[in-house]
Design a protein around this ligand. Structure first.
Ligand code: MG
Length: 377
């Protein structure tokens, strides 16, 4: 066992003490194990696909809306800042953040719900588990193994939730769900950095799209307290700059609150090792006040943006596209590309789900047109 580097807390994950990779590899030169994980993720095909997958708005609806790629980069930025402040492993946090959405279907949650419904009798579909499946199995880049052969701790962080049935099938990696133990603080940080990122950028995209109006946000404390400050300091500020100045303060307030509260939790739990972190309750948290603000922001976004009729129209279309494609491939597997026909020998429904989950928004739309539009070739 090597020592924890001095800049890391004693309870941080250390690259020197990683539980390793499923297939042993020599140590990387001039990089840590988690830097190598991060690099493999950035070079993966699934990572490039994130650019064309929806967060809330479908990719072609506008050039400035977040995609899964820019979302993942924002999560990494937020998570790294928190990790550094708490003397945790920044390389690991970055790897987890960049990989956390690799398994997302096209069309965001609508696509995932549709695929899950299609897979009900075949083990279901969880995007989280699919992210793990992508890095463990589906990427085809290396001579010696399928997937990216990432370190245990990176895979643990990617799998943020998991049903007990699936946890049982995952062996060591699923164990914490059965034993009710926590993942590393690095993984816990990515989880909350994810929600800081999407709450704030969905609000920004909602305003940019015109589906949300500034006046509606008077009732949302997380926003209204900051915009009041900004208007007090800059009475003439308006438009995009007013929104950005407010949202940057919101993100900052979330991050600082999380760091302060987590520090307090760490001080009172007094962990001395990574094992203490696994045994303790979840230590990365917002203060009670910020937690309430976060919740009401989430509810606002759900009611006013995710359920906006214009978003629902797209969601509805997405559901149909995914359902139609799934049905057609199940009815006639010979319509699948050869690589997936090959995979289907181990089980058709999962191979179809893998194929559909890997599609970008526009690829799925095109594939649907190719399969169903009369007169299309
Ligand atoms: Mg995410």
């Amino acid at each position: 066992m090597s020592e924890t580097p001095s800049h890391l807390a004693a309870y941080a994950v250390s690259a020197a003490n990683t539980r390793g990779r499923a297939i042993a590899e020599p140590m990387p030169a001039e990089r840590s194990e988690f830097q190598r994980d991060r690099d493999r993720i950035v070079h993966s095909t699934a990572f490039r696909r994130l650019e064309y997958k929806t967060q809330v708005f479908v990719n072609h609806e506008g050039d400035l809306f977040r995609t899964r790629l820019t979302h993942s980069i924002e999560v990494a930025q937020i998570a790294r800042g928190i990790a550094r402040a708490l003397r945790l492993n920044e390389d690991l946090v970055e790897a987890i953040a960049l990989a956390h959405d690799l398994g997302h279907t096209p069309f965001g949650h609508a696509g995932q719900d549709a695929l899950n419904a299609c897979m009900q009798d075949h083990g279901g579909f969880e995007h989280n588990l699919q992210s793990l499946r992508t890095v463990d199995l589906l990427e085809e880049r290396y001579a010696a193994f399928d997937g990216l052969n990432l370190c245990f701790e990176t895979r643990e962080g990617i799998l943020k939730h998991c049903s007990l049935v699936n946890a049982r099938a995952l062996g060591e990696l699923g164990r914490r769900f059965l034993d009710d133990r926590q993942p590393s603080l690095e993984a816990q940080i990515c989880n909350l950095a994810d929600s800081i990122a999407y709450n704030n950028h969905d609000l920004d995209d909602g305003l940019r799209s015109g589906l949300l109006a500034l006046e509606q946000l008077d009732e949302v404390d997380a926003f209204s307290s900051h915009i009041k400050d900004v208007r007090g300091e800059y009475p003439d500020l308006a438009g995009r700059r007013l929104i950005h100045e407010t949202i940057r303060r919101m993100i900052n307030a979330h991050v600082l609150d999380l760091i302060t509260e987590t520090r307090r939790n760490i001080a009172s739990a007094a962990p001395r090792s990574l094992d203490d972190i696994h045994a303790a309750p979840s230590l990365v948290a917002f203060s009670a006040g910020m937690h309430v603000q976060q919740r009401s922001l989430k509810i606002f976004l759900r009611d006013k943006l995710y359920r906006h009729y214009q978003v629902l129209r797209m969601t509805n279309k997405a559901r149909r596209i995914v359902g139609d494609l799934f049905g057609a491939f199940m009815d006639d597997p010979s319509l699948l590309p050869p690589q997936y026909q090959q995979m289907a020998t181990a089980g058709l429904p999962r191979a179809v789900a893998d194929y559909i989950a890997g599609m970008t928004d526009r690829y799925a739309i095109r594939e649907h047109r190719r399969m169903f539009a009369v007169g299309e070739i």
